[in-house]
Design a protein around this ligand. Structure first.
Ligand code: AMP
Ligand code: MG
Length: 362
């Protein structure tokens, strides 16, 4: 069996994540390949797994999707009933006891926030909401509303206590947003759920956030291609072979706002309250999905130089950074894994292609 996963990401108008899965006849494989897709967390989750029989595969996949939905009810900032929303409503009050999942995600997020010096910050909720409204109305948020929202932002005002497993939002009006790490964490948890069924040859892709377990039978890894759209013909294509790793791309997606020829991203610089502008695509490989996801967002905000520095400080992490500037395409990388050329020796006809624009659920 051969797997080609083409995470076709970025730059320019319709950001596309295309996942192309190719099957070639395997040799003596006792495992069969199964593939499942369901909408969750505002995107589609795809699970590709190898299992001894269909009944086991179906049961395992069902449990995995149920787990994603459970996590959505914990981490969503869209659902007023989520644990995260309840926690945000308690901002300015006493510390709140939180679930193990939420505590883990908050703790990991705070670690990235500290190490990125606040470029990554899950307390950006109030600002993100203003930019979301701006996208709906197609009008930039005014200076005053950004300044007001900024007063409620700051990761130092989220205090975690591991002993009591509590989270304390110190200022009233604070709102947490786990959009930059949630899908990566869900990917990690899917791998765990499936391992509980003895299924370890797995790929899970929540939109542009992918985690993989052991390789498909007879292969060295899962082939993941990060490639730009045709509107950026000179943008580089990189393909990596991964196992027991995660890869995430943060960058301009269809969720951007374009006004006066300027393109405003859904990623915010929490230090200014302004959306990132221009065209950039940042892909991070890491040992776990939550890290790949969070670090890709953090490095987007930090830019090519500081972004690379940040990634170098995380063991096992690598980065492939692409930015289109007026002066031309800038590409930088650090410890990005071994790459392969797509033309050969990989197979040619994808059996499935997913475009990110088809995946939007909200
Ligand atoms: P991603 O697509 O993983 O880069 O995540 C982007 C999402 O994370 C946005 O839609 C926001 O919900 C949230 N976000 C935006 N800016 C930041 C930031 N600087 N730090 C943490 N989360 C952010
Ligand atoms: Mg992210």
């Amino acid at each position: 069996m051969t797997e080609l996963i083409r995470a076709r990401a970025f730059l320019l108008p319709a950001l596309t994540v295309a996942v192309a899965l190719l099957d070639l006849p395997g040799r003596g494989a006792t495992l069969a390949r199964f593939e499942y897709v369901e909408p969750h967390m505002g995107t589609k989750f795809r699970i590709v797994l190898y299992a001894p029989d269909e009944a086991t595969a179906d049961r395992a996949a069902r449990r995995a999707f149920d787990r994603i939905e459970e996590l959505n009810h914990i981490m969503s900032d869209y659902l007023a009933t989520s644990e995260l929303a309840r926690l945000s409503r308690n901002s300015g009050g006493p510390p709140v006891k939180v679930s193990e999942d939420l505590f883990r995600v908050l703790a990991e997020s705070q670690n990235i926030a500290r190490r990125s010096d606040g470029a990554f910050d899950i307390t950006v909720g109030p600002i993100v909401k203003r930019w979301r409204r701006a996208r709906r109305r197609h009008a930039l948020p005014d200076h005053e509303s950004i300044a007001n929202a900024l007063e409620k932002v700051g990761y130092e005002n989220l205090v975690l206590n591991p002993r009591g497993r509590t989270a304390h939002l110190m200022k009233p009006g604070m709102e947490l947003d786990l959009g930059a790490v949630g899908k990566g964490y869900a990917d990690d948890e899917v791998l765990k759920v499936l391992a509980g069924f003895g299924i370890r040859r797995v790929l899970v892709a929540g939109g542009g956030d992918i985690a993989v377990g052991d390789p498909p039978p007879g292969r060295k890894g899962w082939l993941v291609a990060v490639e730009p759209l045709n509107l950026a013909p000179r943008a580089p294509v990189r393909t990596v072979l991964l196992h027991r790793a995660a890869i995430s791309t943060s960058g301009d997606s269809e969720q951007h706002l374009e006004i006066g020829g300027v393109r405003y991203s859904h990623v915010i610089d929490p230090r200014t309250g302004l959306a990132l502008t221009g065209y950039r695509s940042v892909t991070v490989v890491a040992r776990r999905g939550i890290l790949a996801d969070g670090l890709a967002t953090a490095a987007s905000v930090l830019g090519s130089e500081d972004g690379l520095k940040l990634i170098r400080r995380f063991s096992g992490a690598g980065i492939f950074y692409v930015e289109e500037r007026p002066s031309g395409m800038v590409t930088r990388e650090a410890r990005f894994p071994r790459f392969l050329r797509l033309n050969s020796p990989t197979p040619s006809a994808p059996t499935a292609t997913i475009r990110k624009s088809d995946l939007r659920a909200r």
